[in-house]
Design a protein around this ligand. Structure first.
Ligand SMILES: C[C@H](O)[C@H](O)[C@H]1CNC2=NC(N)=NC(=O)C2=N1
Length: 100
């Protein structure tokens, strides 16, 4: 099982993934992605879902039209682990691709 990051490690990792911030008292990290339209938003979710399933690490997320709100945490570890940082980094890259 991945280990929960210390507050320092978490903040340092967040510095490398633009747009992500601590949520829920540092128990998770979150970002709101805004796309051009629903098609782009859902394309992002589809690609991200494939990566998440491969990692066996899944986002909590909510989609309204062109907006996707994401929260990542590692339930087993009770906080943020490197799995969340890896998935957040992948989501940023996928968003960039999706947005062309
Ligand atoms: C059994 C399975 O590996 C676990 O339940 C996985 C599945 N996906 C998960 N996703 C996330 N975000 N956190 C977890 O702790 C988690 N655990």
């Amino acid at each position: 099982m991945a280990e929960r990051l210390s507050a320092d490690a978490r903040r340092q990792a967040l510095g490398g993934i633009p747009g992500w911030a601590e949520v829920q008292d540092g128990k998770g990290i979150g970002k709101t992605f805004v796309f051009k339209d629903f098609n782009e938003a859902f394309g992002f979710m589809t690609r991200a879902a494939l990566v998440a399933e491969k990692m066996d690490h899944h986002p909590e997320w909510r989609n309204v039209y062109k907006t996707v709100e994401v929260v990542l945490s590692t339930h087993d570890a009770g906080g943020v682990t490197k799995l969340d940082i890896t998935l957040a980094t992948a989501m940023n890259a996928i968003a960039k691709l999706t947005q062309g």
